[in-house]
Design a protein around this ligand. Sequence first.
Ligand code: IMP
Length: 465
Amino acid sequence: MSCRSRSSRCAALPLVVRVPTLRGSEEGRRSWRHGSPAERATLQHVPATVIVGAQWGDEGKGKIVDLLAQESDLVCRYQGGPNAGHTIVVDGDTYKIRQIPSGIVAGKPSAIGAGCVVDPAVLISELDELESRGHPTAGFVFVSGNAHLVMPWHVALDGARERRLGRLQIGTTRRGIGPAYADKATRIGIRVQDLLDPKILRQKLELAVAEKNVWLERVYELEPFDVEGIVRTHLAFAERLGPYVADTSLLVDRALREGKRVLFEGAQGTLLDLDHGTYPFVTSSSPIAAGAAVSFGIGPNRIDEVVGVAKAYVTRVGEGPFPSEIEGPAHERVRELGQEFGTVTGRERRCGWLDLVALRFAVRVNGITSLALTKLDVLSGFAELPICARYRLPDGSETDEFPAHQSDFHHCRPVFETLPGWTGELVGDLPGPARAYVSFVEDALRVPVTLVGTGAGREAVLALG
Ligand code: IMP
């Protein structure tokens, strides 16, 4: 891996800096920013790190995972399914991965946890593609037997519900995610391990198809599914996927006991979290860092570090309130420069200026210990850069904490502070105003920014330290 540090020399990984508890005093201020030498010495070994999206998804987590995966022994995806789309560019080759943890591109053993939903057809096509591009998958990819399957009726129902909601739609990826998690919660889901027993698989499929066909035909006036066809395709999926099914809780537990470094990779982002996000405009799983422990069946005290990944601005796909959304021509400019089009759906992403209120919330609910600020290069060339520092609430008061009540959030207005911009490519040291932009974020959130993304390629990351 090649990386460029502030002092133009390659900083040694790991790049994670622990946030000390001492805050407020000058000593605390100095140490939270970059960690004391003694603290950094203890960071040479960071067994369990969670990488979490700190905004509404698409923060560039794949690239940060790819970078930190080089130093990891096991990479674990903990929620979501084929609604995610991680793009990794290696030596000009682009990988778009939806189901398998992006650590696989770095050649690391990769596990899919119980908290994920798996579309078997998507997973198989990814396995086939990775193998055809020279990445072995046998003995490298592990899928929890407790993960639930995304079935064809989930995809059909997701689309049908969105169509029926009309202008009230959520703007889902239409990959069947909500219906798959709903079936899990109502305990009629089909799990990966059901694939391993043809008798149980048939029984469960017959039950599910009978019920889903009623919904499809009577409620949504759609074609029913043929149970025999579904059984046939899923028996074929079982043959291909059987060797990858594993006890991923035990796998992670053993790795941690042996002192190995485990990286947990989240999909989507904090504000799309089912419990803590901007409901109902959320996904149906738990992208927040605690989701990693739940999905892999390990105690929360096994997690050492939480790296929040945030773009230097914000994007959002789908519907829902978005206080710092850019108005005017700058919106199109950011979208074009940042190539803000969805990996999974190709939809145009909505773009906003960096929102510190939302980021402060992400730091809180995830316990973020350091931040990776991606795509800073996209902001080059703007004379001035607004940053949303506070929200103005409907009663006229201002807050720098994320509103707990949906009406406050829906009706709040952004209060911007404006920083000077910079020009030119971000190669070598950051120009003064870009450094000031990063420091402004650190000061506001009291969390160190340890990585800065300066371009699309794998090597275009600056390690600050
Ligand atoms: P679902 O996850 O397909 O059910 O979609 C629910 C919401 O999450 C919609 O607003 C989607 O646009 C959003 N969403 C789902 N996956 C991603 C992602 O990977 N990046 C950004 N937004 C996503």
